[in-house]
Structures are given as structure tokens and as C-alpha cells.
Write a protein that binds this ligand. Structure first.
Ligand code: ARG
Length: 464
């Protein structure tokens, strides 16, 4: 049977084209076209290296590079539109190069396999996306910092178990999320170090007899290191898992903040108002203003966690070295990165222009509860009463106040002195919300001085 050379990408071993459904099933061009720029960059570096190592002539290398740049130009003007027959971006570029250059184009794949090629492309792509996520994290942190600076003397109830615990400075609360985002940045920077290792030259799995220079291509592509073991080079997807784990934590942090925004915007809390820029209405209930941005971010976190589990499961049973299963890593990474970037941008905008804190509601909230009870106990501790004894006494007092429907601040001095002789008139000043916050001067605490130090430290870090 005569072979139709257009029917297959494969060697003369193959006599027939793929079943059309299998062609569709097998193809990754629909999504890995996303790696086109990186594929071209990798091929340019590979061609240049083949030339300088004398595998092809320098003139041939230059022609290959010109051809690759011509494909880039075609893609830029929209005329490079590979179909399913190309299977993937790597074949698509090589086919087009052969169309443009004739048999010289057939030299590009010397000493290389799609296995090391796809790993190179993916790492180049992910490296640049990690940089983009770092920038998005910085924008988000700056938006939080501006709100924190505006509200460095506003108080907010602090909760444990979602029960009122002790008042804190609103800036302190927002700064906690900046700390999380800073850890996210450092985690991603750490992952980036391991993404930035070049597998190119591992070829299919075992290396190549072609006298290539792996260090030249790695250096041209900006990689910091090359894989030491060719089998590991083509079968390592740890970097994808690590990235998705770091991205999952970004999403966890955004989702927790989203949950707070949703609570704060409720009528029950009323700590913030949503501006029209980031809120939506109801198609039915005319009074509604919904925190969709925060809800979507909270909801989208699930996709990224799902990709993490998907990647781990995809890899766990694979023998060395490359397996086609790896083709499944791409959509997970593309969607994980997109989701993370979109959510960071949306949350930054929400804090830049989508919400307004309501200081009067916040002040009223901290004034009318028992979140100063610990400070009554601490007052006695300062007078030499053992903490546990003071704790028991104040617990009884709170119980009585609750029964009488009054607050600690309403108690006359006689009541205090009945409870313990150590109380003096200054107990009243010691338990105002502002004093309660100011008193927490321990390092990293919510005391105003401590919060000022945090604000200054973060401001100078973000400005540098
Ligand atoms: N499209 C493939 C992938 O994404 C490229 C590598 C194919 N390698 C192979 N030996 N079939 O993983």
C-alpha cells in the first residue's frame, strides 16, 4: 500500500493515518499552541547550538533561525493556524519550517526529542508565569497596605472560633494577609529555582550521540542549571506539582480573605460597604448588592486544588521515563496559572476600589461586648493576683453582667472592689477598647506602636 506522506507525522514504518477520532483524542495542539513562543525560543537556541558545535554549518543554523522567526511573524499576523494533523505545537512548527526551508528544515530535530523539547517549553513558560504571579501578588499587597495605612487607628473585633475574642487594630488584621502573600512570594521564588533547570539535550530519554552542548542552550534560554540525569530530565514533573501546591496556598489565602469580605459585607456585620465598581445586583430582589468578586475567588480556589490532586494522581504510577500521560500536565498548569492571576487581580481591584470600611460600625462593634474581659484579668495580674484566680473571678463577673444586661464598662467602682480589693478607679480606663489594643505591645502584637512598625517595614519592602 502506498504511503501518503501527508497522512502521518511518523516514519515509514506507518502505512495509514490515524482514525479521525483518535487523531482528535491524541492531539494537544488545541491547547499547547499556548507554548508557541517558548517552542520557538527553544528551537532557536537548539539550532544555534547545532551550528556552533559543528553538527550543522553556521550558515544552516542561521537559515533555521530565520525560518523560525518567519513562523513567529506568521503567528503574530494570525496566518499560522495549524490543524489537528500537526498533533502538537512541536510538530506544527517543524512542519511549517520544512514547508518554508525545504530539506534544511528537516535538520532542526537533530539530537533532540519532543520529550526534552516539551519539558523545556513548559519550564520556560512556567518561569515567566511565576514572574507574572509575583507581580500580581505585589499589586494585591499594595492594595491591602494602602487600606491598612488608612486604617491604622481603626479597631475591629478580633475573633477566635468566629466568637468575639479581643479587639485588634484593623491595619493589623490586613497586615496578616500581607504576611501570607509575602510567604507566597517566597515559596514561588523557591519553586522558580527548580523550574529553572534545563532538560534540553536529554533527547528521548538516554541522551544523544550527536555532539551537542547542553550548557550552551541552557545559558541562551536563561536556565540556571541543567538536569544531571537524562531519564530524570524527561520524566520530572515535580516542578508542576510544586507550583500547583504554591498556587493552591495563594488561593487558600485569597479564599480566606474572600470569606471575611463576604461576612463583613453582610447586614449582620456591616463592617464594609461594597462600591458599585465590584458588586452586582439581583435580577429579582431590587435591594440586593452582592459580593460576587469575593464569592468567585472563594469558588475558584477549588479548581486549583483539583489540579494539584490531578497532577499528583497523573504522575504517581508512571514508570521512567516519558509517558504520554504527561500531556495532561498542560491544561492543569494553564488553568491553574490563569485562575491564580485572575483572582489576584480581582482581589487587588476589590481592595483598591471595590470596598469601603465603615469605621463607625467597627468602633460600635468593639465597644459593646465583653472582648475586654481578658484585660480585667490582666489588670489583676499586674497587681500580683495569679492569672488563673483572676480568670475565674472575671468569668463570674461576666456571667453576672450578662444576667443583668450590662457591660463591664458600666460597673461602678464599688462593684469592682467587691470583686477584688485590688481594683482602683483606673480600671475603667484600662478596659476601653483603644486602651485594650494599645496595651498589646508584645512583639508582633496589635498594639498601635507594633502595628506602626509593621506598616513601616512592609512599606519599605514594597517600595524597594
Ligand atoms: N504533546 C506531547 C506532550 O505534551 C509532546 C511530547 C510527545 N512525546 C512523545 N514521545 N509522544 O507531552
Amino acid at each position: 500500500m502506498a504511503i501518503d506522506p501527508a497522512a502521518t507525522n511518523w516514519s515509514q514504518r506507518f502505512e495509514q493515518g490515524l482514525n479521525p477520532a483518535i487523531e482528535r483524542f491524541n492531539a494537544s495542539i488545541g491547547f499547547d499552541i499556548n507554548l508557541l513562543q517558548q517552542d520557538l525560543d527553544g528551537s532557536v537556541a537548539h539550532a544555534r547550538m547545532l551550528g556552533s558545535c559543528g553538527v550543522i554549518s553556521e550558515a544552516e543554523a542561521l537559515q533555521l533561525i530565520e525560518g523560525l522567526e518567519a513562523v513567529r511573524a506568521e503567528a503574530a499576523c494570525g496566518s499560522f493556524q495549524p490543524g489537528l494533523e500537526a498533533e502538537d505545537v512541536h510538530f506544527a512548527v517543524e512542519r511549517r519550517l520544512i514547508e518554508l526551508l525545504g530539506s534544511l528544515g528537516k535538520k532542526l530535530h537533530t539530537g533532540r526529542s519532543r520529550n526534552d523539547q516539551v519539558g523545556t517549553d513548559l519550564r520556560l513558560w512556567l518561569r515567566s508565569q511565576i514572574d507574572a504571579i509575583d507581580g500580581a501578588l505585589l499589586r494585591f499587597e499594595r492594595a491591602l497596605l494602602v487600606q491598612a495605612e488608612l486604617h491604622s487607628s481603626v479597631l475591629i473585633p478580633g475573633y477566635t472560633h468566629l466568637q468575639r475574642a479581643q479587639p485588634v487594630c484593623l491595619a493589623h488584621h490586613l497586615l496578616a494577609y500581607i504576611e501570607m502573600a509575602e510567604r507566597d512570594r517566597s515559596r514561588l521564588a523557591d519553586v522558580r529555582g527548580r523550574v529553572n533547570c534545563c532538560p534540553l539535550g536529554a533527547a528521548a530519554l538516554a541522551g544523544t550521540p550527536v555532539p551537542i552542548d547542553r550548557r550552551q542552550t541552557a545559558a541562551e534560554l536563561g536556565f540556571e542549571a541543567i538536569y544531571a540525569n537524562s531519564l530524570d530530565a524527561v520524566s520530572d514533573r515535580d516542578f508542576a506539582v510544586e507550583f500547583m501546591a504554591a498556587a493552591s496556598l495563594v488561593m487558600v489565602h485569597l479564599s480566606r480573605l474572600s470569606e471575611e469580605v463576604i461576612l463583613w459585607a453582610s447586614q449582620e456585620f456591616g463592617f464594609i460597604g461594597l462600591t458599585d465598581r465590584c458588586a452586582t445586583g439581583s435580577s429579582l430582589m431590587p435591594q440586593k448588592k452582592n459580593p460576587d468578586v469575593a464569592e468567585l475567588v472563594r469558588g475558584k480556589s477549588g479548581r486549583v486544588f483539583g489540579h494539584l490532586m490531578g497532577l499528583l494522581t497523573m504522575i504517581k504510577g508512571l514508570p521512567l521515563a516519558y509517558n504520554k500521560d504527561f500531556q495532561e500536565d498542560k491544561e492543569a498548569l494553564f488553568d491553574g496559572v490563569r485562575t491564580c492571576l485572575d483572582c489576584l487581580e480581582a482581589m487587588a481591584i476589590l481592595f483598591e476600589e471595590g470596598l469601603e470600611f465603615r469605621p463607625e460600625r467597627l468602633e460600635a462593634a468593639v465597644a459593646a461586648d465583653f472582648s475586654n474581659a481578658t484585660d480585667v484579668a490582666d489588670y489583676l495580674v499586674a497587681k500580683g493576683v495569679p492569672f488563673r484566680e483572676a480568670y475565674q473571678l472575671v468569668g463570674g463577673l461576666v456571667k453576672d453582667c450578662l444576667a443583668e444586661g450590662i457591660l463591664l464598662r458600666d460597673l461602678p467602682l464599688e462593684r469592682w472592689q467587691q470583686l477584688h480589693a485590688a481594683f482602683e478607679i483606673d480600671i475603667r480606663a484600662a478596659i476601653t477598647p483603644r486602651q485594650v489594643v494599645a496595651a498589646r505591645r508584645s512583639e508582633g502584637g496589635t498594639g498601635f506602636d507594633q502595628v506602626q512598625q509593621q506598616l513601616q517595614r512592609i512599606r519599605s519592602r514594597l517600595d524597594s
